[in-house]
Design a protein around this ligand. Structure first.
Ligand code: TMP
Length: 425
C-alpha cells in the first residue's frame, strides 16, 4: 500500500447492518400516518436511497407526505432506531489491519451527521476515522463528499461501499472502487456501477487492499463460575453483544471444543466413571485443554478472531486444585505444558455464593457426576476461585451473578468491551 493512501467507507450496509432500525422506523412512520406497511422486500429497498425518495417511490406518497413521513421516521430513528444496528463481524479487525498498513480511513455516508456520529461513537468506531463526511440538507452527493473527504496530496484512494451510489460516486471522483457483496446491493448492481474489486466479507476488504500488512491478533476471553452461576446464559448474551460490535466471535468450551476434547469430556462427565482417580481427572482436563489451545484458540486469535471460552485452566485450578484438594499450584504445574503460555486476556468470573448456586442447580436439571459432589466441595471451589483472583487480579473481571440477568449481562458487556476497545488503540 502506498504512503498516504485513503480508504473511504460507506456506513449503512458496509460498516454497519442497519436494517433492524431502518425497518422499524419506516414501519413506525407508515403506521402513524395510517398507510399500509409494504412487504419486507419493499422495506429492504429503504436502505441506501434518501428517505423522501423511498417514501415517494416505494410507498406512493406525494412530496409533502414523504417529508412528513421522514419527520416521523427521524423522531424514532434519532432516539432508538439508530442503535438498533450491528457492526458487520470482522469490520473492527479489517480496520485495524488497514490502519496497521498505514492507510488513512474515512466515512462517506448519506446519513446526516448527528446519527452518524452517535452510531460511530456508540460502537467505538469513531477513533478509526480521520474524516467523516455526511449528508447535509438531505443532499447526499457521494462524488462531492468523496472529493471533500480527500486531501490534495492523497496518493491513492478507495471508495468501499455496498450500493451503486458508492461505486458511481467513487468513479466520478476519480478514485478506485471496491464493492462489498455482504451488504444491501447485489454483485450485479456493483459490477454494473463499475466496481473494480469485490469483497465478500470485511476480512476480504483488508485482504484485497493491504495483503502485505499481515494479521492483527484478536483476543482470548474466558468465563468462569460455579455450576449454577448462570454462565450459559451470560455467555450467549456476551457473544451476541460482541458480534453486534463487529468482533468475529468464536465460542468454545472446556472440557471439549475439539473432536478429541469432546470425547474426553464424555469420559469426564460420565456418571459410570466413579472409579476415576483425581490425578486421572486432572490430567484428562489438561489433555483436552492442550488440544483446544493448539487446534482452536491460537489459530483463531492469531487471525483476529475473539475466542469466548466457557471455562479454562482456572476451572481446573478451582475444581481439582480447590474442590478435590490437589492444590492450586500442583494443578497449575500439571497444566503448564497444556497451556504453554496461552492465557486469557480477560476472564469474567460470575460471582455467586456456593449455596445459592446449589439452589439454582437443583431447580434446573438432574445433576451430573461432578454436580453431585458434596456442598463443601463447591465451597472449596468457590474459595479456589477467590485465590486465583488474588493471584492474578488484572486478568479477572468479577461480576456479581446473583441479581437480575439483564443487569448482569450489561455489566459484563461494559467490562469486556472496555478492555477490547482499549486494546484496539
Ligand atoms: P460446565 O457444566 O460448565 O460445562 O462444566 C462441566 C464441569 O466440569 C463443571 O462441573 C466443572 C468441571 N470442570 C472441572 O472440574 N475442571 C476443569 O478443568 C473444567 C474445564 C471443568
Amino acid at each position: 500500500m502506498q504512503k498516504n493512501t485513503w480508504v473511504l467507507f460507506d456506513l449503512d450496509g458496509t460498516l454497519t447492518r442497519s436494517e433492524e432500525g431502518i425497518w422499524n422506523c419506516a414501519r413506525y412512520a407508515l403506521e402513524r400516518m395510517d398507510r399500509p406497511v409494504p412487504d419486507n422486500e419493499t422495506l429492504r429497498k429503504f436502505i441506501g436511497p434518501p428517505l423522501v425518495w423511498s417514501f415517494r417511490n416505494l410507498c406512493g406518497m406525494t412530496e409533502e407526505e414523504a417529508l412528513e413521513a421522514q419527520r416521523i421516521y427521524r423522531e424514532r430513528y434519532n432516539t432508538v432506531g439508530l442503535l438498533e444496528n450491528r457492526v458487520y463481524p470482522g469490520i473492527r479487525n479489517a480496520l485495524c489491519r488497514l490502519r496497521k498498513a498505514g492507510a488513512h480511513l474515512g466515512v462517506v455516508t448519506g446519513k446526516p451527521a448527528a446519527p452518524t456520529g452517535r452510531i460511530l461513537e456508540h460502537f467505538g468506531l469513531d477513533r478509526f476515522f480521520g474524516k467523516v463526511l455526511c449528508a447535509t440538507d438531505n443532499k447526499a452527493d457521494k462524488e462531492q463528499m468523496i472529493r471533500a473527504a480527500l486531501p490534495e496530496d492523497a496518493a491513492e484512494a478507495w471508495m468501499v461501499g455496498d450500493r451503486k451510489y458508492d461505486m458511481e460516486g467513487g468513479r466520478r471522483a476519480g478514485i478506485h472502487t471496491l464493492g462489498v457483496t455482504y451488504g444491501y446491493g447485489s454483485e450485479a448492481e456493483l459490477l454494473e456501477a463499475g466496481a473494480e474489486k469485490l469483497a465478500g466479507s470485511p476480512r476480504e476488504i483488508a485482504d484485497i487492499l493491504c495483503p502485505e500488512a499481515g494479521e492483527v491478533p484478536g483476543a482470548f476471553l474466558s468465563m468462569e463460575g460455579l455450576d449454577g452461576s448462570g454462565k450459559g446464559t451470560q455467555l450467549e448474551r456476551l457473544a451476541d453483544t460482541l458480534d453486534r460490535y463487529g468482533f468475529e466471535v468464536i465460542r468454545t468450551r472446556e472440557p471439549g471444543g475439539t473432536p478429541i476434547g469432546e470425547k474426553i469430556r464424555e469420559i469426564l462427565l460420565d456418571r459410570e466413571n466413579a472409579a476415576m482417580t483425581d490425578e486421572t481427572e486432572a490430567l484428562l482436563y489438561a489433555a483436552a485443554r492442550a488440544q483446544l489451545v493448539r487446534e482452536v484458540i491460537r489459530p483463531a486469535v492469531r487471525s483476529g478472531r475473539v475466542i469466548l471460552c466457557d471455562r479454562f485452566v482456572d476451572s481446573s485450578a478451582a475444581y481439582q486444585g480447590g474442590g478435590r484438594q490437589m492444590g492450586i499450584e500442583k494443578i497449575l504445574e500439571i497444566n503448564r505444558p497444556a497451556v504453554d503460555g496461552t492465557m486469557p486476556d480477560l476472564t469474567v468470573y460470575l460471582e455467586i455464593g456456593h449455596r445459592k448456586a446449589l439452589e439454582r442447580r437443583c431447580a434446573a436439571s438432574e445433576p451430573d457426576r461432578l454436580e453431585m459432589e458434596a456442598e463443601n466441595f463447591h465451597a472449596r471451589v468457590e474459595e479456589g476461585y477467590h485465590r486465583l483472583m488474588e493471584m492474578d487480579p488484572d486478568r479477572f473481571a468479577a461480576v456479581n451473578a446473583e441479581g437480575d440477568r439483564e443487569a448482569i449481562a450489561a455489566e459484563i458487556a461494559e467490562k469486556v468491551l472496555a478492555r477490547l476497545l482499549e486494546a484496539e488503540h
